[in-house]
Design a protein around this ligand. Sequence first.
Ligand code: HEM
Length: 137
Amino acid sequence: MTKEEMQEIKMSFGRCLTHGDLFQEFYNIFLKSDPCLAPMFANTDFAKQKALLKQGLNLALMYADGNIIGQSGLRKIRKSHAQNDLNIAPHLYPLWVNSFLSAIQKMDPDMTPQLLAKWRGALTAAVDYIKDGYLES
Ligand code: HEM
């Protein structure tokens, strides 16, 4: 990921956040993408969860950028999502990425296929790191 590509992604993220409720849009799409998901969030306070995920997204982008704060933040998410904690099955992560890409496609008025591919690259790097911690304790 070049500096310019990361800058483009951050600008796009900014446009999404000013355009509407990106994380509400994301959860609407994501929770419908597999029947096992809605029950996982049955007792979730979505006002809090959306703020946590926004923070998580910032960490994920920092991680994709090679930033050390992004690495330590994502290490915590990797631990909480592992088998012995939230137990998030690895096959769910592609649904997460695709749902997020659908949400930003709706929210960023300047989205292009090229920009979407850059987003996919950055998110996949971060999500793979979380997913690869599944069996760790
Ligand atoms: C397969 C995809 C995922 C599923 C099913 C999932 C599910 C969950 C659940 C059930 C919670 C707990 C909610 C609660 O407290 O009620 C949670 C928390 C959280 N998730 Fe995820 N998650 C996924 C992917 C991700 C990814 C990719 C990120 C970051 C980019 C992320 C960031 C967070 C954060 C920051 C929290 C709150 C703090 C924590 O528990 O670590 N999640 N997630």
